[in-house]
Every structure is written in structure tokens, then in C-alpha cells.
Design a binder for this molecule. Structure first.
Ligand code: DGT
Ligand code: CA
Ligand code: CA
Ligand code: ZN
Length: 570
């Protein structure tokens, strides 16, 4: 049993508890444990054997017992009992954007709805709007959400990434495998993936295919051939594997990485130069070439290397030919995280713990940006606590070596367009993020104006998760994004690329549009837990897909330059 598998079961328990309407602290404990398990480098099986589970933060005696039972028996009685109490189809309803456990509970208790089909019927008969807290608008939104779920059978990036890790490891362990790399939309860093694609090199493709279809996590083999197979995993996500002889590896990988549009454009480019490219190699005047690296492949076509994130057929080939391909921002460029929450608001860690984790990552700065007073469910800070936090941070900075903590806040943009604090307090902070967490249903003009007005405030440095979407769960609020980009450029306000895999907000296309206007960005995790500082990689992928370079991203800048920029509006 892997950490990931235990975490999945804990997450499922949390969901079931929420649907059953149990005390929220219970589900929170399971969620927290799941997060921790997915992010520690230590293996649960070994920890259970060596009695080391208690050392993990967030794992008390009760959860320790449950992990031990899982590791020993592969099952958990508590989990099985909960599953019996909740009808199968109910959990599926949680995938509908905007439908949380509370709504599911309401639908089940009052209308005895237990499946998506029943929900559609009830919504069409306008029976939902009679329930407390559900109006005509919500009823219509639920119908729209169901359409979305049914249309887009796609998986979020963190989920795909966890599964891809398992499969990569499995294939690497097979002695017949010489090389293996994930391809497809996953390698391109898309925000959701339809299925996973792997390309492997081996002298003996059929036996690799056989190992693959016989893997312990295979639920069903959907198709199988000499050198390829498609399986349904036990995580419900499908995986395609192609196995080729080593000389063809790069060409096959190249072929299964680019989007169809990119591949077609590349083929055309090759033809223009009297070459034929295929998944096996490059043919020129009857002679075949087998590139040994993707760099070499692109060189053979007379162009610069195109990173996977750009291989979407959106002008990257022309850019690679005329020398205007961007030098994409890289992980090493990032010098800090400018949006994290501590236990002063709704985060789980102390500022000291966050600072230590940032230092371990090699960051040179970190901004603490807790919520402000109006967001009471997140224990937003009032003026007095903010100023006390500011003092504590100043004190810490006197003792800290190598890391500078910036005292910030994530100030609410209120539904009436005001900010949660006035300029006097905002000016006390090193950095201010302004975000919308309420009034999502306002019209486009009002929502756009709320953000525009915040950007016009001299103290606002960054707009947090600018469009408010939650991937697969909540559509972005109505927003004139082009206008937001324009005013961001004009006022010198950075827009956040929120790295949480649920958000990835701004998204790639808007980043590219913003970059062309001169907008600056901040790639931030919005972590509420040190373990989530790692999410930065998803934000980085998104930034790269938006053609962003280091210079476009303010948290790649050295501290003195960042500080100058933070002060420039005033
Ligand atoms: P996805 O799975 O929907 O997130 O998107 P992709 O891009 O991973 O698409 P997929 O899994 O259908 O195909 C994997 C790769 O193979 C993809 O990079 C495109 C490439 N490919 C090669 N030949 C074809 C083709 O004839 N049709 C399609 N759709 N893709 C092809
Ligand atoms: Ca795919
Ligand atoms: Ca595929
Ligand atoms: Zn936040």
C-alpha cells in the first residue's frame, strides 16, 4: 500500500463524512492526514512496521490505528461501513461544479436523490428550487454543471501526476525497459488530462506490453497489441502505452507528445524542407535518421528546441524558426512564494514552520499573506492582529539568515468594491494581494470593476486567483479578462498564477495574452500547509504554457529588485 493509496481512502472517508453531515472537524482531520501522507518522502508501510507513524504531524493515535489496519489488511472496516451508509451515486454528485457535501446531503435527505440521473429529473421538474438555500439560479447552475461533467471526462493535474508517478516507477522497474517517458497532454502540462500516455524503449516490446497489462493496478485491459496497449487503471484513469525499439524512441516520444495541430504543422514544415517525419524517424532523400534527443530532432529540421508545454500548434513552430521562441521560466528561477497562509488565519502551520520550509526549498524570500477580517470563516485578521503579526515578522527577520519574510496580507475585495482595510493599514505591509472570495454571482461589469478599482489602489501589488475558477467545480465568475489585463499592465499590478491544481488561475491563454501587453505575474501556491509549497510546479507549468519568461514573473527577481517594484506605485 502506497502513501497515495492510503491518502485516497482518507479523502474518500472525508467526503463520506461530509455527505453524512458529521462534525466537520472529523473530515478535516482525514483531509489533513491525506495531504501530509502525499507529501512526506517516507513510505507508510515502512513507518507502520517501524512504529514511526506517530512522528508524522497530523497523525494521532486513531489515524495511526487506521493506517496500520490498511497496511496489514489492505482494507479499513470504518471505510467499508461508511460506504454502506452512503448510496453509491451520491459521491459522483460532488464532481458537479458548485455542488458540495452540504448540497448533496440536502438532496439526499429531502428529495431522496441518489444519482446524477435522478438529480437531472428533479432539476428539470424544478423541485430543487423548493429546498432551503437553493434558488432558481442554483437549480439552473446544477443542470449546467452536470452537462460539463458529462461532456468533459477529464482528470485534474495533481491526480494525473500521482498516477503517472506510480506508472513511471513500475515501468522503470521492468528490466526489459531501457527508457520510459510520459507523453501526451500530461507532458505538455495541460491543466486536465483525458488519459495518460507513455512511450517506452525496449529490445523486446511484447514482453513489456505483457508486464504492463499484468500490473497490479490494472482493472481492465481495453486493447492489447504486440507493441501497445490501453488499460483502465484501478484509479479509473486510462493509460496508453507504446513500446518501440530503442532507435525509434525519440521520434515516438516526439509524436505522442505534440498535440495533433502541432504534429501536423511540424510535418508540413519538414515537407517544405524535403523531409518526411513519422513516429519512427526522419527520412531525407531515402535515408533514415534516428535522432537521439529531441534537441537533435528539432535541429535536423533546422529549428530551435520547442519545450513540450508549447507544442500545441499555436505559433510555436514559426517562433522556433524565426528566433522568437521565449526562454521559458524554470524552477531554478523561482526565488520565493508570495502567497501563503499561516495559522494566524486558516493555515495549519506557524510562520516559523513556513519560513523553515521555504528556506529548505532554497527560497530567498517568502510572503505571509493571511486573510483579512471580513473572511470570518477563515479567521481573517483584524487590524490589531495584523500589526502584531507584522511585529513578529520584523523580529524574525532580525534572527533569520538567508531568508527574508515579507509581511503581507490577502485583503478582501468586498462586494461593494471596497477593500477590507483602508490605505493606512495597507501601507504598513510589505506586500498586499487583493482577492475576491464573495459576491461571485454579481454581473460582469461589477466584478470587473471590483478588480479594476483594487488595481488602481497604490498599495495593491497582486490580484490573487483573478478569475476565481475551481477546475471542474466552479466556473470562473463573469469577468472582462481583457480589461483586467489592460489595467494590470497600465497600473503595474501583478496578476497571480495560482499554482493550486484546483485553480491554475490565471490560466495559460490569459497569461500569454497578458504577457503580450506587458503584464507581470506572480507564481504563488496559496498554500495553507507547508506540504503544499510543492504545488509551485503546477503553477510553473501553467506559466510556461502561457509562454512566460523569468523576467515576466516577479518572484524570480532578487529581493532588492522585488522590493523596489513593490514600492513603485507609492
Ligand atoms: P488528452 O488525453 O485528451 O488529455 O490529450 P492528448 O493530447 O494526450 O491526446 P491523446 O491521448 O489522444 O493522444 C496522445 C498523443 O498522441 C497526443 O499528443 C497526440 C498524439 N497523436 C498522434 N496521432 C494522433 C492522432 O491520430 N489523433 C490524435 N488525437 N492524437 C494523435
Ligand atoms: Ca492523453
Ligand atoms: Ca491517449
Ligand atoms: Zn489565499
Amino acid at each position: 500500500m502506497t502513501n497515495w493509496e492510503v491518502a485516497q481512502i482518507f479523502l474518500e472517508i472525508a467526503e463520506l463524512l461530509d455527505i453524512l453531515g458529521e462534525n466537520p472537524y472529523k473530515s478535516r482531520a482525514y483531509r489533513k492526514a491525506a495531504q501530509v501522507l502525499q507529501n512526506i518522502p517516507l513510505n507508510v508501510e515502512q513507518l507502520a512496521r517501524e512504529d514511526g507513524l506517530k512522528e508524522i504531524p497530523g497523525i494521532g493515535a486513531a489515524l495511526e490505528g487506521k493506517i496500520k489496519e490498511l497496511v496489514a489488511t489492505g482494507k479499513l472496516r470504518y471505510h467499508e461501513e461508511l460506504k454502506k451508509k452512503v448510496p453509491q451515486g451520491l459521491r459522483e454528485l460532488l464532481r458537479i461544479p458548485g455542488v458540495g457535501a452540504k448540497t448533496v446531503q440536502l438532496l439526499y435527505r429531502n428529495l431522496n436523490i441518489t444519482s446524477m440521473d435522478e438529480l437531472v429529473v428533479a432539476a428539470k421538474e424544478q423541485r430543487l428550487r423548493q429546498l432551503p438555500g437553493i434558488g432558481k439560479k442554483t437549480e439552473e447552475a446544477i443542470l449546467k454543471g452536470i452537462e460539463w461533467v458529462r461532456r468533459e471526462k477529464r482528470w485534474p493535474l495533481h491526480f494525473a501526476s500521482a498516477v503517472a508517478g506510480e506508472i513511471q516507477r513500475f515501468l522503470e522497474e521492468q528490466q526489459e525497459v531501457v527508457r520510459v517517458t510520459a507523453a501526451g497532454s500530461y507532458r505538455r502540462g495541460q491543466e486536465t488530462v483525458g488519459d495518460l500516455d507513455f512511450v517506452a524503449a525496449s529490445e523486446d516490446p511484447p514482453s513489456v506490453v505483457q508486464k504492463f497489462t499484468g500490473a497490479p493496478w490494472v482493472q481492465e485491459v481495453l486493447s492489447e497489441d504486440e507493441n501497445k496497449a490501453t488499460v483502465l487503471t484501478r484509479w479509473e484513469i486510462q493509460v496508453d502505452l507504446l513500446v518501440v525499439k530503442p532507435p525509434y524512441f525519440i521520434s515516438a516520444l516526439r509524436y505522442f507528445t505534440g498535440s495533433p495541430e502541432h504534429n501536423a504543422a511540424l510535418r508540413q514544415r519538414a515537407r517544405d524542407r524535403d523531409r518526411e517525419i513519422s513516429e519512427y524517424g526522419i527520412v531525407k532523400e531515402g535515408a533514415a535518421f534516428y535522432p537521439e534527443s529531441e534537441e537533435e530532432f528539432f535541429e535536423l529540421l533546422g529549428m530551435r528546441y520547442i519545450p513540450p508545454e508549447l507544442r500545441e500548434g499555436q505559433g510555436e513552430i514559426e517562433a522556433a524558426l524565426n528566433g522568437t521562441l521565449p526562454r521559458l521560466v524554470e524552477a531554478e528561477d523561482l526565488k520565493g512564494d508570495l502567497h501563503v497562509h499561516s495559522d494566524w488565519s486558516d493555515g495549519v502551520n506557524t510562520i516559523e514552520e513556513l519560513a523553515a520550509a521555504a528556506k529548505r526549498r532554497g527560497y530567498s524570500y517568502l510572503a505571509i499573506t493571511d486573510h483579512t477580517r471580513s473572511l470570518s470563516i477563515a479567521h481573517g485578521l483584524d487590524e490589531e492582529r495584523l500589526l502584531r503579526q507584522r511585529e513578529l515578522i520584523d523580529q524574525m527577520n532580525r534572527d533569520l539568515d538567508g531568508l527574508h519574510v515579507l509581511a503581507g496580507m490577502e485583503v478582501e475585495i468586498l462586494p461593494n468594491k471596497d477593500l477590507d482595510f483602508d490605505d493606512r493599514i495597507l501601507s504598513e505591509m510589505d506586500l498586499v494581494i487583493a482577492s475576491i472570495h464573495s459576491g461571485f454571482k454579481q454581473d460582469r461589469e461589477t466584478l470587473t470593476e471590483r478588480i479594476v478599482e483594487a488595481m488602481r489602489n497604490e498599495h495593491i501589488d497582486i490580484i490573487g486567483h483573478p478569475t476565481g475558477r475551481l477546475i471542474g467545480r466552479r466556473e470562473p465568475y463573469e469577468l472582462d479578462v481583457s480589461r483586467v489585463l489592460e489595467v494590470a499592465a497600465e497600473t503595474g499590478t501583478a496578476l497571480e498564477i495560482n499554482a493550486s491544481p484546483d485553480r491554475l488561475d490565471l490560466k495559460d491563454a490569459y497569461i500569454r495574452e497578458g504577457k503580450s501587453l506587458g503584464v507581470k505575474f506572480a507564481i504563488n501556491t496559496d498554500a495553507h500547509d507547508v506540504n503544499f509549497l510543492d504545488d509551485i510546479r503546477y503553477g510553473l507549468l501553467t506559466a510556461r504554457r502561457g509562454w512566460a519568461e523569468a523576467e515576466d514573473v516577479i518572484n524570480t527577481w532578487p529581493l532588492p529588485k522585488l522590493k523596489r517594484w513593490l514600492n513603485k506605485k507609492t
